[in-house]
Design a binder for this molecule. Structure first.
Ligand SMILES: [Zn+2]
Length: 131
């Protein structure tokens, strides 16, 4: 498989339209939707074109830096129609093809973030102590 993330990023061109989840929520919907999102196949897919076969969500889950200019970490999904059909969840540059692998990595990330909190407590306490 080629680099799924690069292909996903290449496939994601701005449409100039407001995402349905960000649109005016008072506007009447044309159809009753069985899923939370606009895609009938993948609930997390953000593609709105009817009949689309390449599914993805990008820029939906992201943590930005302190100036809100760069991405610290993001996550998304992609399921393209051209390869063997399969779905991928991306965390940063890592790609996962099953939920257990994602859960293992997010658990690792949680442990790491706890360590970052502890490090920050030590660093700023030590900084205060040195005067
Ligand atoms: Zn879709």
């Amino acid at each position: 498989m080629q680099n799924t993330r690069a292909r996903m990023l290449a496939a994601v061109a701005p449409t100039g339209r407001t995402h349905p989840l960000l649109a005016d929520t008072d506007a009447p919907r044309e159809h009753a939707e069985p899923h939370a999102g606009p895609c009938p196949t993948f609930r997390d897919c953000t593609v709105t074109e009817p009949g689309h076969t390449d599914h993805y969500a990008h820029d939906v889950l992201a943590v930005l830096d302190e100036r809100n200019t760069s991405t610290v970490l993001d996550a998304g999904m992609v399921a393209l129609s051209d390869d063997e059909p399969r779905a991928v969840v991306c965390i940063g540059v890592a790609e996962f093809t099953d939920a257990a692998a994602v859960h293992a990595k997010t658990a690792e990330l949680r442990r790491m973030l706890d360590q970052v909190d502890a490090m920050a407590d030590r660093v700023f306490a030590d900084h205060e102590a040195r005067g």
